[in-house]
Design a protein around this ligand. Structure first.
Ligand code: G3H
Ligand code: 13P
Ligand code: ZN
Length: 284
């Protein structure tokens, strides 16, 4: 199946009251694990590549890998740029065949974020590519800041209303208490803020930093309007534990394929578990 845009998978998700998983990939085994899981679970899927993934694997390799995997299946696959902060790179991704991009202007002053995001939307829309943007700052679990300092970076609902109206983005990433990377304690999500943002914007909402967020909190976030859920750390951990276990048991093995097979199996287990939790399993 050809690649589809975020709009194609998020509209049915909003109507159906579920969310679509957006999984980060960096190499062939991760791409295969994500797409095979989607095919086996009959789930729409968003496969995303960060700037780091593109620097690691190369833009043309990422596009070719995902296109090859998507062509072998009949479930909807979105190829999405994750946290694109560089306008020129966003344009290169569109030209190279991404069906969706995130322009992350969250570090810019509000007016500049709006202006740059709007520019990306105008260009992307002309060629049928969807756009996600970020308002507020999501940050990482390793950032050395207090709870109060993090809350000061949360998305402001009134600003979100203006942002969506002026940019017409297809999805909005919000800062409501999640962070990228492994959590030390349990993340606390600001659900009233999420509810207000959804009411004021009406836009599909994206939850970043979703690895390690308890299942109940994920279900509640979906019920309040989250329809795209980003997972990277959980996949990295599954990959690493698959390889580590194999090497421990088979110290003399030198065949990379034998090491990567259990890594892929662990990743598939994790991705399928998330698809069932998000409610997208069985929706394709
Ligand atoms: O949001 C960040 C993603 O987990 C991607 O991380 O930039 O190390 O590829 P990365
Ligand atoms: P985690 O690595 O915390 O799952 O976050 C992924 C993410 O938000 C990618 O944009
Ligand atoms: Zn993110």
């Amino acid at each position: 199946m050809n690649l589809v845009s975020l709009k194609d998978v998020l509209e049915p998700a909003e109507k159906g009251g579920y969310a679509v998983g957006a999984f980060n990939a960096n190499n062939m085994e991760i791409v295969q694990a994500i797409i095979e899981s989607a095919a086996e679970e009959r789930s729409p899927v968003i496969l995303q590549a960060s700037q780091g993934a593109i620097n690691y694997a190369g833009l043309d390799y990422i596009v070719a890998l995902v296109k090859a995997a998507a062509q072998g299946t009949d479930v909807p696959v979105v190829l999405h740029l994750d946290h694109g902060t560089d306008f020129d790179q966003v344009m290169r991704c569109i030209r190279s065949g991404f069906s969706s991009v995130m322009f992350d202007g969250s570090r810019l002053p509000l007016d500049e974020n709006i202006a740059m995001t709007r520019r990306v939307v105008e260009i992307a829309r002309a060629v049928g590519v969807s756009v996600e943007a970020e308002l507020g700052k999501i940050g990482g679990t390793e950032d050395d800041i207090s709870v109060e300092e993090r809350e000061a970076l949360f998305t402001d609902p009134a600003e979100a209303e203006r942002f969506v109206k002026e940019t017409e983005v297809d999805a909005l990433a919000v800062a409501i208490g999640t962070a990228h990377g492994p959590y030390k304690g349990e993340p606390r999500l600001d659900f009233p803020r999420l509810k207000r943002i959804k009411e004021l914007t009406g836009a599909p909402i994206v939850l970043h930093g979703s690895s390690g967020v308890p299942d109940d909190a994920i279900r509640k976030a979906i019920s309040l309007g989250v329809s795209k859920i980003n997972i990277d750390t959980d996949i990295r951990q599954a990959f690493t534990s698959g390889i580590t276990e194999f090497i421990k048991k088979n110290p003399d093995n030198i065949d990379p394929r034998k090491m990567l097979a259990p890594a892929k199996a662990e990743m598939k287990k994790k991705v399928k578990e998330k698809m069932r939790l998000f409610g997208c399993a069985g929706k394709a």
